[in-house]
Design a protein around this ligand. Structure first.
Ligand code: ADP
Ligand code: MG
Length: 574
């Protein structure tokens, strides 16, 4: 049947580009099946979508490579990366526009479940794209034959067959991913919210390059004795590192001593990392949420009273709405929205926080009376969050020792190495009382569930119906509106953004009926994804989705500027 494809392409040579539509279908090659699922309309359009299925009898991956979902995800990431590398090497211009290009949604440093490659008992399935060759709009049949019958099979042989790999590397990807999942699942029973392995490499090459920093000046992570715990990973075996316990943890230390780098590693620790990344065993509970100020964002229907109340002119903050939030209100809303979805850990960095949201010191309390200050600072809420709701916090604070009063643990960074400053901080609390008055009231306050109103979520654009497009990792064009995710720091891959965009459409269509709360919508959506996989979100079975969390799904919806909600009257959900 592969020669049938060849005959077909020979016949199409010299014809108009549209004639390529004829090659859609399945073709049996000697070692795999090639599916041409979608043929592009012209050489400059989005490339054609192809799929290759290699039966396990040919691919020959050992059973351990797909014995558990964790292991299969690790191996799929390896295969997708290799496929991407080989495709780039193969990449030959074979005409105009994207002619001759082979591309795949290759993962970055994070190992996420992806739709590009699947490894199972049956075999390996790989989805990718090619630019079908043309000069202008004229089909180049010979080039197409070279591309589909030579280049593609070469990449397939080099990336999807076990024989092409060092067996130890395949095992490493499977082992690391499985260990990381195992460790995350076992943090709670150890009383931990995060673990940072000894020897981990936390710094990155640059703000736009997530690969590990290299060189003599890189300091591997080393845990302080008092915070060291040992875990016993199923594959790696015993491993020591710093355990961050439940409660309120401060990361302090001089500027440039590595505080933010540690926090950023914890933020990303909700995801697994590829072998060699340096953060393979920097693991955070999966529902940890980075909280930051995000002035200018829209907020709708959020009860932010726990943090902001008594605005001038009596504006209510129990059902708060604004098109242009301030630093402190946005930070308050980000916390309340995280609690609405459900979280056990907040991660906060002073670098990206509103100062007036974080602290209000004794002197300011003396000058500005509580009833003239709408903001209840986080310092007065952080313990209630933990004690009443079981939500821990890790905060980077280099500038305010007032936080010593509320901390369970103080980690001090010095020249990129932590020491346990908890006792020293306690002693300072005894010697230098701040004189602050706690302003947090009796209780934390309510998280009021919200019901998204489907009419306010309109993906249509003019006469065209659904028009949703991802423009880079941090932008979703949703109908006529832009969703700005640039302050949503735990979106780490454009493929997550793609999946979130598709999920918004899917959820709008299937779950949003004006009676379900956001939380219920999320529960339904994720139960269905769990059962049917990410392919549920797009009937075309595309190869560019990566798994995402409820928190980032909610973050996208919450940033849709047209969104309207109704608060559920029901008592608070827990
Ligand atoms: P802080 O938040 O304490 O001011 P950062 O975390 O921003 O400090 O780190 C300052 C610089 O040091 C960054 O450029 C970062 O890449 C680098 N850095 C952080 N940790 C390490 C480390 N372990 N080894 C080498 N360089 C590091
Ligand atoms: Mg910093």
């Amino acid at each position: 049947q592969a020669n049938e494809l060849e005959r077909l392409l020979r016949r199409l040579d010299g014809r108009g580009y549209k004639a390529y539509k004829d090659i859609a279908g399945a073709y049996q090659f000697d070692t795999f099946t090639l599916f041409i699922d979608h043929v592009q309309g012209d050489p400059f359009a989005a490339p054609s979508r192809l799929r290759v299925v290699v039966p396990q009898a040919v691919a020959h991956f050992p059973a351990h490579a797909y014995a558990t979902p964790s292991r299969a995800v690790g191996v799929a990431n390896l295969l997708a990366r290799r496929f991407g590398e080989l495709a780039r090497e193969q990449d030959r211009r074979r005409g105009s526009g994207k002619s001759g290009l082979i591309s795949i949604d290759a993962p970055g440093q994070e190992m996420l479940p992806i739709t590009a490659v699947k490894v199972t008992t049956e075999g390996v399935e790989c989805r990718f794209a090619v630019g079908l060759p043309a000069r202008g709009r004229t089909i180049l049949g010979r080039e197409a034959i070279a591309l589909l019958l030579h280049d593609v099979p070469a990449v397939v042989r080099g990336a999807l067959f076990f024989a092409a790999y060092d067996p130890a590397e395949v095992k490493r990807y499977a082992d690391v991913n499985e260990d990381a999942d195992w460790l995350r699942a076992h943090l709670p029973e150890m009383g931990l919210v995060a673990f940072v392995a000894d020897g981990a490499i936390l710094p990155r090459r640059s703000g736009v390059d997530e690969r590990p920093l290299t060189g003599k000046r890189v300091v591997p992570f080393q845990s302080p004795d008092s915070l060291r715990v040992q875990v016993n990973l199923p594959n790696h075996g015993p491993l020591t590192g710093m355990g961050i316990r439940r409660g309120v943890t401060l990361i302090v230390g001089g500027g440039y001593h590595g505080k933010s780098t540690l926090l950023r590693a914890l933020e990303r620790g909700v995801y697994n990392h590829i072998p060699g990344d340096g953060r393979e065993f920097v693991i955070t509970v999966g529902d940890a949420v980075k909280i930051r100020a995000e002035d200018g964002r829209r907020i709708t229907g959020v009860n932010i009273r726990p943090f902001i109340d008594n605005l001038p002119f009596g504006q209510s903050t129990a059902n708060f709405e604004t098109d242009n939030a301030s630093g402190s209100t946005s930070q308050a809303a980000n916390i309340m929205e995280a609690l609405e979805v459900g979280t056990s850990l907040l991660l906060i960095d002073e670098d990206t926080s509103a100062t007036n949201f974080m602290i209000r010191d004794h002197r300011m309390q003396a000058l500005i009376a509580k009833d003239a200050e709408p903001i209840t600072p986080f310092i007065d809420k952080v313990r209630q969050l933990y004690e009443e709701r079981g939500v821990s916090t890790v905060i980077v604070v280099g500038g305010s020792g007032d936080y010593f009063d509320v901390a369970d643990c103080v980690i001090a960074m010095h020249a990129y190495t932590p020491w346990d400053a908890t006792e020293a901080a306690r002693e300072i609390v005894r010697r230098f009382p701040t004189g602050r008055v706690a302003e947090g009231g009796e209780h934390f306050g309510d998280v009021i569930p919200r019901i998204p109103l489907p009419k306010s979520i309109d993906p249509s654009k003019g006469r065209a119906d659904a028009k949703v497009k991802v423009r880079g990792m941090h932008h979703i064009q949703f109908g006529r509106h832009d969703i700005d995710l640039s302050a949503v720091e735990q979106v780490v891959d454009t493929s997550q953004t793609e999946a979130i965009a598709a999920a918004l459409l899917y959820a709008r269509e299937h779950y949003m009926d004006g009676t379900r709360t956001l939380r219920e919508i999320i529960e339904a959506l994720f139960a269905d994804i769990e059962r049917e996989g990410l392919d549920l979100l797009d009937r075309r079975r595309v190869g560019w989705f990566a798994a995402f969390r409820p928190h980032e799904f909610a973050a996208a919806l919450n940033r849709l500027r047209t969104l309207r909600v109704r608060q559920a009257d029901a008592a608070e959900e827990r």
